[in-house]
Design a protein. Structure first.
Length: 176
């Protein structure tokens, strides 16, 4: 079985505290990603009801678990997660350091599509997903969701604004 991945860019909504606790939104409802997919409210409900432990991975690599998600829940806004980077694991220490420095700032879900339909623009409306993992990633696919570390340095704000402007221009060009 091949898993699909959906990246999330959540701005200041994902934080790292105490050097290892991370929380925020891994997926936001109603926002099309760069592939044209939109996750709909309720898409995770059946999967989360099964009580399966959702894995925390590094860059979707199943050989590199970096922590544990202690809470995974769906609310009106999207899929919210809270967990701990395992700093006694080398890659977990590296992830904590990179997120705190702002070098890694994306979350991405690994899932299997259970139910979807095409929208009028050729994208998919994802109404039921089987969630397997949430990864820390370098390049998120959903530009409205990024990790922000505790004590985020405001000097990088102009770079984030520039990246957002480029993304807005790309969207306008794609719309024709």
């Amino acid at each position: 079985m091949s898993l699909e991945h959906k990246f999330c860019h959540v701005g200041a909504d994902v934080t790292v505290t105490d050097g290892s606790v991370i929380s925020g939104y891994a997926s936001l409802f109603g926002l099309p990603d760069q592939g044209g997919d939109t996750v709909m409210p309720g898409a995770y409900r059946a999967s989360l009801a099964k009580g399966r432990q959702i894995k925390m991975l590094w860059q979707h690599d199943p050989a590199q678990p970096i922590g544990v998600w202690d809470e995974v829940r769906e609310d009106d806004r999207g899929l919210w997660v809270k967990g701990r980077l395992l700093t006694d694991v080398a890659k977990g220490r590296e992830a904590a350091s990179l997120v705190s420095a702002g070098a890694i700032d994306g979350l991405s879900i690994g899932y299997r599509t259970v139910k979807a339909q095409k929208d009028d623009k050729g994208g998919r409306l994802l109404s039921q997903l089987e969630l397997w993992e949430v990864s820390l990633v370098t390049f998120p696919m959903l530009p409205d969701a990024r990790v922000a570390a505790k004590g985020d340095d405001p000097t990088y704000a102009p770079l984030r604004e520039l990246a957002a402007a480029f993304e807005d221009a790309r969207r306008l060009m794609a719309m024709g």
